[in-house]
Design a protein. Sequence first.
Length: 118
Amino acid sequence: QVQLVESGGGLVQAGGSLRLSCVFSGDTFTTYFIGWFRRAPGKEREFVGGMDWSGDKTYYGDSVKGRFTISRDNDKNTAYLQMSRLQLEDTAAYYCAAAPGAGQYLYWGQGTQVTVSP
């Protein structure tokens, strides 16, 4: 069974950086598209970004373009979300998700909290 485990969240000051990791297990990592999402208190889940298996195709939500970077290490079955120039509005629980091929996201991690302070 596919499992995703995020880590790397924490408290950071506005303007700072943080890198989240998402470790994938239970299937062939390179057959999955990996996405990152976030949910802030009182708000709906928001797409942060995603990357295909090769890393050639990457997509970002408008609110994070130019500040966040997604990458993946297929040898380590791990995806990363590098967050820079963090803003208060980036405070949220961050989740990684896996979609087989071009399908829907079927698997989700438990989330990791990112809190940006003034």
